[in-house]
Design a protein around this ligand. Structure first.
Ligand code: HGY
Ligand code: MN
Ligand code: MN
Length: 413
């Protein structure tokens, strides 16, 4: 594998990705590093140490986001931000997030080692709570920068154990100051694994990402009649679990009636009390729907909710539906998408353009400044699982392309 190249130290980059993956490592080769847990704190501390060793100045904002700054020739000019996230889903992969943060760090470290100081500062960013699984919704730290949520709302988010985002920020020592948020930003770039099968099927290592699908999360609460599993004749039951099960399948069937990449997923389903010999009193389930147009997203979301209400009525159970997250489709800055494609072309790297089907902080950064993403092929085409994989040479090629794009933007007047 070619590991050294014009600027990127591939050995260092890949070694750091592996070292980061040891924090929260799971038996089958994945990671569990939920946001604001002790594992997240250790990852943040390691990232901070690497940034310090590279001579970067690290600051933390009121959401806990870390910004590692490489000063530019003209400190008054708005910086270029490059980053991603270090938190993971439970039993997740080792590249989703950290590949972007550590590649951005590698780019800046390589530039500094070669004495290249661009006109504009470059800031490497680790956004807090990109995944949104411990504290729903997702991408809240970048969303606060975009004015979507207030700091108070985010600090008040509670996990399943009742702990708040704010309490956990304090507990791990990563509550920073609001004045440490970025001011004006020249551009935001994010390198990320594709997390799906598209690049692998096309035999391509890289994609310039043109946008992100719209994403809606809602929570459905079903309340039936709790009863003994034995002496309750089937005809008398109002079973919230049966209604939930029907909704799961109906959501799958609805999404199947649309073309890819439209999807619908029930990832969380919690009965209560949830014991073997009791028809549950309540079942709470999540519904995640995604579509690449605003109209399509509204349509599939409305149809899914209508279907859920119909099933609840048929099963004689009450239903309540609350929206948890509603992110419209994202269209990235054409100039930066073209820049990624041009940098790939200049290096003779085969690539394509595509739309992302996973959410990213770039969706909110796109509301603040010119933004785009660069995708790296996912070997096996799967993510949010312990078998998530990439090819080292793809990561290094992507790092070179990111370096070229960052440098070009950071030299702009
Ligand atoms: O939900 C998503 O797509 C992202 O992984 N947070
Ligand atoms: Mn991610
Ligand atoms: Mn993810």
């Amino acid at each position: 594998m070619q590991t050294q190249s014009a600027t990127i130290d591939g050995v260092r980059l890949l070694a750091r990705v592996e070292e980061m993956a040891r924090i929260g490592a799971t038996p089958a080769g994945g990671v569990t590093r939920l946001t604001l847990t002790d594992e997240d704190r250790r990852a943040r501390d390691l990232f901070d140490a690497w940034c310090g060793a590279a001579g970067l100045t690290v600051r933390i904002d009121d959401m806990g986001t870390q910004y590692a700054r490489y000063e530019g020739g003209d400190p008054a000019l708005p910086p270029v931000l490059v980053g991603s996230h270090l938190d993971s889903v439970p039993l997740g992969g080792r590249y989703d997030g950290p590949l972007g943060v550590l590649t951005a760090l590698e780019v800046v470290t390589a530039l500094r080692e070669r004495g290249i100081r661009p006109r504009r500062a470059i800031e490497v960013v680790n956004f807090t709570n990109e995944e949104g699984v411990r504290f729903e919704p997702a991408m809240v730290a970048s969303a606060v920068l975009a004015g979507k949520y207030t700091p108070a709302f985010v600090h008040s988010l509670r996990d399943r154990a009742g702990r708040t985002y704010g309490e956990e920020l304090d507990r791990i020592g990563y509550r920073g100051a609001v004045e440490n948020r970025p001011g004006a930003v020249h551009a935001y770039l994010e390198l990320h694994i594709e997390q799906g099968p598209v690049l692998e099927a096309a035999g391509l290592p890289i994609a310039a990402v043109e946008g992100i699908v719209g994403i809606r999360w809602c929570e459905i609460v079903l309340r039936g009649q709790p009863q003994h599993a034995g002496p309750s004749p089937m005809g008398t039951r109002r079973d919230a679990m049966v209604a939930a099960a029907r909704i799961v399948v109906a959501a799958r069937d609805l999404a199947r009636s649309y073309p890819d990449p439209v999807v619908a997923t029930v990832g969380r389903l919690t009965p209560s009390p949830g014991v073997i010999n009791q028809i549950p009193a309540e079942v709470v389930l999540s519904l995640d729907v995604r579509h690449w147009t605003a109209e399509g997203l509204a349509e599939i979301s409305d149809r899914a909710q209508e279907m859920a209400r119909k099933i609840a009525a048929e099963e004689g159970v009450e239903i309540a539906i609350a929206t948890v997250q509603d992110i419209p489709p994202t269209h990235f800055d054409r100039r930066i998408v073209d820049l990624f494609a041009a940098e790939a072309h200049a290096r003779g790297v085969p690539h394509r353009r595509m739309v992302a089907s996973a959410g990213h902080d770039a969706a909110y950064m796109n509301l603040i400044c010119p933004t785009a993403m660069l995708f790296v092929r996912t070997v096996g085409g799967r993510s949010h699982c312990e078998t998530e994989a990439i090819a080292g040479e793809d990561a290094i090629v992507a790092a070179e392309i990111l370096c070229g794009a960052v440098l070009r933007l950071a030299e702009e007047v």
